[in-house]
Ligand binder design. Structure first.
Ligand code: GDP
Length: 364
């Protein structure tokens, strides 16, 4: 899973990105690397995996990971290819979801490119660039669909739908705001529009707002209202705090957070929110060699989930031995869970659940 961090200059993108990569580099347990200066991989925090590790004392501990890309350099006119604009848009096209950092903190020492704090205008500035780029892509598709109608009238329905999306874009609305049926959602997914990607607005607030109560910040409501219209998510965050705690050991970090009345770091919330934004869940595998979390989309069936581990597992799938995480933990061991009949044998139509602890049986 790849998440792109976007936003205007001086809103806190690099502060957040550095906090993410620092936090990743600090946790010795987790695989972490920086592929390029603007790309970092972090583990998805999952307490269930820690518990399984206590049970199995595995040689290897492998959490799920997320890749963050800091996509800096957006300026007005990006869609016309000015500055780094084109590269910026191409980078966004490759990510699974967008984290749009919006400045909700006031600080006269840090200039805002447009002179004032105005989240609605900032969101609009970026959305306009993405929408203009999407219009080009969609218009090409519309032309193609028109040609197809000449050969087969059945494409008229597709054309009507694309024209409806175009109308939304023409009115400055992102494609994700268009109400779609299931079929239309699938059709829209074939166009790869930037404004159809899932998006999370990270409302970047001051340390004081975080201490005093985030809802006193007047800008948060503005961001929340926009997000609601667009079917987007909102995550209040303070990039400065994240940067401060990113280098701390776990215990120190917990003390620092508790002091502020918080239980979880913003990064953990960010990762979890991204996971749910993308409709992802994890299933777990556990044994002495390794405990591991595997990322799948909600609704994935057992053979396809097995295919995440190895394509042979999917091809030769026989069945899955499944126990719910909570059942396993309350039993204290796999053997007890088996004795109590809580380990189920599931076939190829089984829909995987978040937190399933699984052993796949397969033919090679
Ligand atoms: P970018 O251009 O979007 O990458 O912005 P930076 O991350 O470089 O941040 C610009 C400035 O804003 C830096 O001086 C940061 O220290 C400051 N800044 C970032 N996040 C916050 C925040 O949450 N609160 C406050 N008060 N300042 C912040």
């Amino acid at each position: 899973m790849k998440l792109g961090i976007v936003g205007l200059p001086n809103v806190g993108k690099s502060t957040l990105f550095n906090a993410i990569t620092n936090a990743g580099a600090q946790s010795a347990n987790y695989p972490f690397c920086t592929i390029e200066p603007n790309v970092g991989i972090v583990a998805v925090p999952d307490k269930r995996l820690d518990k399984l590790a206590e049970m199995y004392h595995p040689q290897k501990y492998t959490p799920a990971t997320i890749e963050f890309v800091d996509i800096a350099g957006l300026v007005k006119g990006a869609s016309k290819g000015e500055g780094l604009g084109n590269k910026f848009l191409a980078n966004i096209r490759e990510v699974d979801a967008i984290i749009h950092v919006v400045r909700c903190f006031v600080n006269d020492d840090i200039v805002h490119v447009d002179g004032s704090i105005d989240p609605a205008r900032d969101i609009d500035t970026i959305n306009v660039e993405l929408i203009l780029s999407d219009l080009e892509v969609l218009e090409r598709r519309i032309d193609k669909t028109k040609k197809m109608i000449k050969a087969d009238k059945k494409y008229q329905e597709e054309l009507d739908f694309f024209l409806r999306v175009k109308e939304a874009l023409d009115n400055g609305k992102p494609a994700r705001s268009v109400e779609c049926t299931e079929d239309e959602t699938a059709l829209l997914a074939t166009v790869n529009l930037l404004t159809n990607k899932p998006i999370l607005y990270a409302a970047n607030m001051s340390e004081d707002d975080f201490k005093n109560g985030i809802h006193d910040n007047p800008y948060l409501k503005v961001v929340e209202d926009i997000a609601k219209q667009e079917h987007a998510g909102v995550l209040p965050i303070c990039a400065e705090i994240e940067a401060e705690i990113s280098g701390l050991e776990l215990e120190e970090k917990e003390l620092f957070l508790a002091d502020m009345g918080l239980t979880e770091s913003g990064l953990d919330r960010l990762i979890q929110a991204s996971y749910s934004l993308l409709g992802l869940i994890s299933y777990l595998t556990a044994g002495e060699p390794e405990v591991r979390a595997w990322t799948i989309t909600k609704g994935t069936k057992a053979p396809q989930a097995a295919g995440k581990i190895h394509s042979d597992f999917e091809r030769g799938f026989i069945r899955a031995e499944v126990v719910a995480y909570n059942d396993l933990i309350s039993c204290g061991s796999m053997n007890t869970a088996k004795e109590k009949g809580l380990v189920r044998s599931e076939g190829k139509d089984y829909v995987m659940q978040d937190g399933d602890v699984v052993l796949f049986r397969f033919n090679v």
